[in-house]
Design a protein around this ligand. Structure first.
Ligand SMILES: NC(=O)c1ccc[n+]([C@@H]2O[C@H](COP(=O)([O-])OP(=O)(O)OC[C@H]3O[C@@H](n4cnc5c(N)ncnc54)[C@H](OP(=O)(O)O)[C@@H]3O)[C@@H](O)[C@H]2O)c1
Length: 290
């Protein structure tokens, strides 16, 4: 099976290298700039292409690993020029889009898929290592079994997502991955206002976050929840809100919004049956969100 990549960036290059490490044959790369294609081909011992259809005519599997906004137009352009090899599999690796955007390839008798690694690719070297423990989602037509086989050989876990659910799937992944970073920044900014710099603050909070993650892993989210909301300490929450109003009023809305969401979670287990406390907490959030 010959695998080709269009878009020699972080994901295309590192996934290509990962496939090579797992015994697959990467045919080569085409990219907007030949320099990128050459760089990726050197890393993967494959060929850099100057002509896109030379690559698409050779490859049995084509991964379009451009930025999301270019995937459809790249695919359509190849299809218009009758560039895909008949019977090949054409996919992309975006989490936000489904394989439906590759319908022009489908009309050319290719099968279509999307294969999304639940991983943040900051650098190629680190990504190749991280890929070993990465879980993928797969979505596409009846031939996606052939893509699952690739992951089986690599030893990666995966799950199948319905095309119509791909956006919701991506929303969930973004909430967990991106908003965790934002929450860290939110807390660290408060630390900074009392003279604890971001680096020191992060080192201090890291064991706390790691502990929370371990607790989620062991017990699930509802049981892992700790803190004043889970305990139903209304006086502590009242004090928080009063302090935020005086020291940092612009934070009030965000604090209350997260508090409301946390109360929802707490009511499933930690505050189960304590309707009076849940009601009082929700009144506090409502007041702050006005
Ligand atoms: N980064 C992540 O953490 C991550 C995680 C999961 C999934 N993804 C998905 O993976 C895909 C690639 O993301 P990335 O982070 O690897 O992006 P990236 O590093 O910016 O790489 C994109 C590559 O696409 C090339 N390109 C852009 N337009 C092109 C075109 N019209 N024709 C040919 N090549 C073109 C660029 O070319 P040149 O270098 O030649 O200019 C660049 O090398 C996206 O669909 C993204 O959603 C990313």
């Amino acid at each position: 099976m010959k695998i080709g990549f269009i878009g020699a960036g972080k994901v295309g290059t590192s996934f290509g290298k990962y496939l090579v490490n797992n015994g697959f044959f990467v045919e080569g790369y085409y990219s907007r700039s030949y320099i990128s294609a050459e760089k990726a081909s050197n890393i993967t011992n494959s060929k850099a292409y100057r002509n896109i259809s030379e690559l698409t005519q050779k490859a049995d599997v084509i991964c379009i690993t451009t930025n999301d906004d270019s995937i459809k137009s790249v695919c359509d352009e190849i299809a218009i020029n009758d560039g895909f090899k008949k019977g090949s599999m054409v996919g992309h690796m975006s989490g936000a889009l489904s394989s439906v955007i590759l319908e022009s390839a489908k009309k050319q008798n290719c099968s279509i898929f999307s294969l999304h690694p639940l991983q943040a690719f900051a650098s190629i070297e680190k990504a190749v290592l991280d890929l070993e423990n990465t879980v993928f989602s797969i979505e596409g037509d009846e031939r996606i079994k052939e893509i699952t086989k690739i992951l089986d050989i690599c030893g990666n876990k995966y799950f199948i997502v319905d095309s119509k659910d791909k956006t919701l799937y991506h929303i969930a992944a973004c909430i967990v991955s991106n908003y965790t970073v934002t929450l860290m920044d939110f807390g660290l900014a408060i630390f900074e206002t009392i003279g604890i710099d971001k680096e020191k603050g992060f080192r201090a909070l890291l064991p706390l976050i790691n502990g929370s993650l371990e607790n989620i892993n062991k017990y699930g989210t509802a049981a892992a929840l700790t803190g004043p909301i889970a305990r139903g300490d209304i006086n502590t929450i009242t004090k928080h809100i009063e302090e935020i109003k005086v020291r940092s009023p612009d934070m009030l809305e965000n604090y209350c919004m997260l508090g409301k969401k946390t109360t929802e979670l707490a009511s499933k287990m930690k505050l189960e049956g304590r309707e009076d406390i849940i009601k009082k907490l929700n009144e506090k959030w409502k007041e702050g969100l006005r």
